[in-house]
Write a new protein. Structure first.
Length: 225
């Protein structure tokens, strides 16, 4: 085969490659999808990441008075909420570790102490115990409370669901963890003096002490007998 034939073949291959490249560019321009200005819905529990790359800090919330809210919590609803936990945890007595550690006797248990489970270094280094307050905050945003934890669950945004979940978890123990005493109520503030109460006039002269009575004006002289 002479050089002319080879040139024809090479030219045909290059022409085909250029044609495909041009068609691809045109197709990308024509069929480029339009992205909405804002998402159509927000997935509960997903923390948005700003442009800088660091996750946004969770909004601080007030920890409830567990001595008041736990006695009136809905344990049945807590059991329903626990169904989300059971996707990765077993809660039954003597149950196995799954993706996450077994949760029987979890209320009051020291962190990272469930036998046979490989905890992350972040969880081991956190220390402390799973008190009501710590469980309440952790189930709200695990990654924010223990950065680096292997738990990828986004968290429960509902305060009521977390309280009900704690009420249910304390029943899944050999000896249910005691409920703390309710916080003492603040004493009412002392009553302020009534507004507009009349004060004595400034500069008012006090009556003279032991002042003698003034003599009667134009008193007639006594008539001689």
């Amino acid at each position: 085969m002479d050089s002319f034939e080879w040139n024809k073949i090479i030219g045909a291959v290059l022409g085909t490659a250029i044609f495909i490249f041009v068609v691809r560019l045109i197709a990308e321009k024509v069929y480029e999808p339009e992205h909405p200005a804002k998402p159509g819905y927000v997935v509960e529990g997903v923390v948005e990441t700003p442009a800088g790359g660091a996750p946004a800090a969770p909004v601080a919330e007030v920890v409830p008075d567990f001595g008041t809210v736990l006695p009136t919590a809905d344990v049945a609803n807590g059991k329903t909420v626990a169904g989300k936990c059971e996707q990765c945890h077993d809660i039954s007595k003597g149950g196995p570790n799954k993706i996450g550690p077994e949760l029987w006797n979890v209320v009051g248990r020291p962190r990272a102490t469930e036998a046979g489970f490989a905890y992350s270094g972040a969880m081991k280094g956190k220390g402390g115990s799973w008190t009501y307050e710590e469980l309440f905050k952790f189930t709200h945003s695990p990654q924010a409370v223990v950065p680096g934890t292997k738990m990828s669950f986004p968290g429960l945004r509902s305060e009521k669901d977390r309280i009900d979940l704690l009420a249910f978890l304390r029943t899944q123990e050999d000896t249910p963890a005691p409920i703390p005493a309710p916080a003492p109520k603040a004493a009412p503030a002392a009553a302020a003096p009534a507004a507009g109460a009349a004060a004595p006039a400034a500069g008012a002269a006090a009556p003279a002490k032991d002042a003698a009575p003034a003599p009667a004006k134009d008193a007639a002289p006594a008539k001689a007998n």
